[in-house]
Design a protein around this ligand. Structure first.
Ligand code: ADP
Length: 169
């Protein structure tokens, strides 16, 4: 009998955690893939304590790239950017964790690698803005839209990692 309240407490605790979990869309662009930076980039998210819930290697069409970057269609670099994104394999991923949308952007660093802090992915691994190796959603709405654009719901995997109790307490 004494086990029942504990079990209920555990369940509630997990539910509280689940409510705080966020998901973000992260992509290693063709330059990052070609330069052999997949494991380096994935390991930074993994070591931080975020959980990989979807991953695939795809060559997006130009039309798909235009959809992904639709917000930037008035910018002078839009066409070149979409040509570039569709020029080779992209590693598309969804990462999950508390605050992963905002902090994922911190791990990535500023858009222009010449202004990204050392220690960030772009700061450490890229030089110019047109070849900045990685994309990350910039807010909760974008994350939702980008995950839906790149992945079907069945491609997202929900699971409990044994490390979670050591990451979140
Ligand atoms: P972020 O990728 O950091 O969210 P933006 O959404 O502003 O940045 O831009 C999307 C992508 O467009 C950038 O990651 C970069 O690849 C490209 N880009 C941004 N500004 C320029 C620029 N001035 N010249 C060329 N490419 C650019």
């Amino acid at each position: 009998l004494a086990a029942i309240p504990a079990a209920v407490y555990m369940l509630q605790d997990q539910e509280v955690h689940a409510a705080e979990m966020e998901r973000t869309f992260i992509a290693i662009k063709p330059d990052g893939v070609q330069r052999g930076l997949i494991s380096e980039i994935v390991s930074r998210f993994e070591r931080k304590g975020y959980k990989l819930v979807a991953i695939k290697l795809v060559v997006p069409s130009k039309q798909f790239a235009e959809k992904h970057y639709h917000d930037l269609k008035e910018r002078p670099f839009f066409n070149g950017l979409c040509d570039f994104l569709s020029s080779g394999p992209v590693l598309a991923m969804v990462w999950e964790g508390e605050g992963v949308i905002k902090y994922g952007r911190k791990l990535i660093g500023a858009t222009d690698p010449s202004k990204s802090e050392p220690g960030t992915i772009r700061g450490d691994l890229a030089v110019v803005v047109g070849r900045n190796i990685i994309h990350g959603s910039d807010g909760p709405e974008t994350a939702k839209d980008e995950i839906a654009l790149w992945f079907q719901p069945k491609e997202l995997v929900s699971y409990t990692s044994n490390e979670e109790k050591w990451i979140y307490g």
